[in-house]
Write a protein that binds this ligand. Structure first.
Ligand SMILES: Nc1ncnc2c1ncn2[C@@H]1O[C@H](COP(=O)(O)OP(=O)(O)OP(=O)(O)O)[C@@H](O)[C@H]1O
Ligand SMILES: N[C@@H](CCO)C(=O)O
Length: 355
C-alpha cells in the first residue's frame, strides 16, 4: 500500500508583549509538529488514528471528534463540503509547547488543525484564508497570526459587513460542535463558512540580538479564566498609556543595538496585566523589581499571553535574569521551568516527506 507522508510544523507564540493586548504576537522556537500519513488508495479506518508524544500529552483526547487538532481540521473540511476525513489517516503529534501557560499552545493546535484540514481536503488555501479559518476558532488574532506567519507580528480584525458579522459571530459550538461519543463520518449539519479577509497583519522588524527568556510556572491558567477577570471598559488615560507605548515598542524592538531604557518603559501595560495579578502570585513583584538598571541585558518584562509565563526580552545575562524571576516565584511556593528562546521567523510550514 502506498502512503503519502507529510510534516506540519507550528511554532509556539507569546502574545501581547506588554501593551499590545490582542494585537501583537511573537513566534518562538518551541514547536508542535504533526507527522501525517495518508494512504493513497483510500483504504483504512474511517476515523483517523492519533498519537502524541512530548509535553502535556497524557490527557489529550485521542478521539478525532474530541481532539482539538482534528476537530479544527474537520471544521475546515466540513465548511468546504467534505463531511468526513479521508480513510486511514494517521497523525503523530509531538508537542514542545506547555499547555495553558501563555505560550500559545491552543493557537498552535488551531493552526496545525487548519493546515491539517487544508492538507486532507487538498484545498491549498492561501495564507489569508487559512487565517480566516483559524480566527473562526480562536477569535483574538495575536497568537494564531504569529504562529502562522512567524516573527513579530501586529494584527487586527477587519470591520465586517453585516452578513459577515453574523457569519463570524456564530457560536464556537457551531464551528467546533461537541461531537457525541458515537459521532462518525456524516454526523450533524455542516458548520458555517468563514467570511473572507477577517484578519490582517504586518510583520515588524526584530533586532537579531534580542532573545526571549520564558519562565514557566508549573501550573496551568486557562486563557478563558484569565480573560474572564478583564473589565469591559477602560479609562481614556489607560488606553492612551498603552497606545503611546505600543507605537514606540513595535519600532524599538527592530532597532539594533536595542535601547533598553526605551523598551523597558514601552513594554508596560495597563490593560490586562494589572487585572491578572491576583491569578499569578509574584507577578507584581517581578514586574516592579526587575529593571534594565538592576539587571543589565534586560530590555523589558511582561506577562506572556494570558499567563502565567513571564516573558523577559534580553540581550545578555539570561541566566541571572531568569534566576531572579525563579527566586521571586519560589517565595510564592511556585516551581517553574525556564528557557531562552529565539524568535522563529519562518512560522508554520507543511512539507511532503519522501517515502
Ligand atoms: N497540541 C494540542 N492538542 C490538543 N489540544 C491542545 C493542544 N495544545 C493545546 N490544547 C488545548 O488547549 C488548552 C490550552 O489552551 P489555553 O488557551 O488555555 O492556553 P494556551 O494556548 O497555552 O495559552 P495562551 O493562549 O495564553 O498562550 C489545553 O488545555 C488543551 O485542551
Ligand atoms: N491576547 C490574549 C492572548 C492569550 O491567548 C490574552 O491575553 O488573553
Amino acid at each position: 500500500m502506498s502512503v503519502r507522508k507529510y510534516k506540519i510544523h507550528v511554532p509556539a507564540t507569546t502574545a501581547n508583549v506588554g501593551p499590545g493586548f490582542d494585537v501583537c504576537g511573537i513566534a518562538l522556537s518551541l514547536s508542535l509538529t504533526l507527522d501525517v500519513s495518508i494512504p493513497s488508495d483510500g483504504t483504512g479506518d474511517v476515523n483517523p488514528t492519533i498519537e502524541y508524544s512530548g509535553l502535556d500529552s497524557a490527557n489529550v483526547p485521542l478521539s478525532p471528534y474530541k481532539n482539538l487538532l482534528t476537530r479544527v481540521a474537520l471544521y475546515v473540511l466540513r465548511a468546504n463540503g467534505i463531511t468526513a476525513f479521508p480513510r486511514g489517516v494517521h497523525i503523530h503529534a509531538h508537542n514542545e509547547i506547555p499547555f495553558g501557560r501563555g505560550l500559545g499552545s491552543s493557537g498552535a493546535a488551531v493552526i496545525a488543525g487548519v493546515l491539517l484540514g487544508d492538507l486532507l481536503g487538498g484545498f491549498k488555501f492561501p495564507t489569508a484564508r487559512l487565517l480566516d479559518y483559524a480566527l473562526m476558532v480562536e477569535r483574538h488574532p495575536d497568537n494564531v497570526t504569529a504562529a502562522l506567519v512567524g516573527g513579530f507580528v501586529g494584527s487586527y480584525l477587519r470591520e465586517l459587513s453585516e452578513d459577515d458579522i453574523k457569519a463570524a459571530a456564530v457560536p464556537l459550538a457551531e464551528v467546533l460542535p461537541e461531537f457525541p461519543p458515537d459521532a462518525g463520518p456524516d454526523w450533524g449539519p455542516n458548520p458555517p463558512q468563514a467570511p473572507g479577509g477577517i484578519g490582517h497583519y504586518v510583520r515588524f522588524g526584530w533586532a537579531p540580538e534580542i532573545k526571549a527568556i520564558a519562565v514557566m510556572p508549573r501550573f496551568e491558567l486557562a486563557t478563558a479564566k484569565s480573560r474572564g477577570v478583564l473589565p469591559e471598559t477602560y479609562s481614556r488615560k489607560d488606553m492612551v498609556f498603552n497606545l503611546q507605548r505600543l507605537a514606540v515598542l513595535t519600532t524599538a524592538l527592530a532597532r539594533s543595538p536595542p535601547d533598553a531604557e526605551l523598551i523597558y518603559e514601552a513594554m508596560k501595560d495597563r490593560i490586562h496585566q494589572p487585572y491578572r495579578v491576583p491569578l499569578i502570585p509574584g507577578l507584581q513583584t517581578i514586574l516592579s523589581e526587575l529593571t534594565y538598571t538592576s539587571h543589565p541585558g534586560l530590555l523589558g518584562i511582561c506577562l506572556s499571553g494570558a499567563g502565567p509565563t513571564i516573558l523577559a526580552l534580553a540581550t545578555d545575562n539570561f541566566e541571572s535574569i531568569a534566576a531572579e524571576i525563579v527566586r521571586i516565584f519560589k517565595t510564592e511556593n511556585i516551581e517553574v521551568d525556564w528557557k531562552v528562546l529565539d524568535v522563529d521567523t519562518k512560522g508554520s510550514w507543511v512539507e511532503e516527506i519522501d517515502a
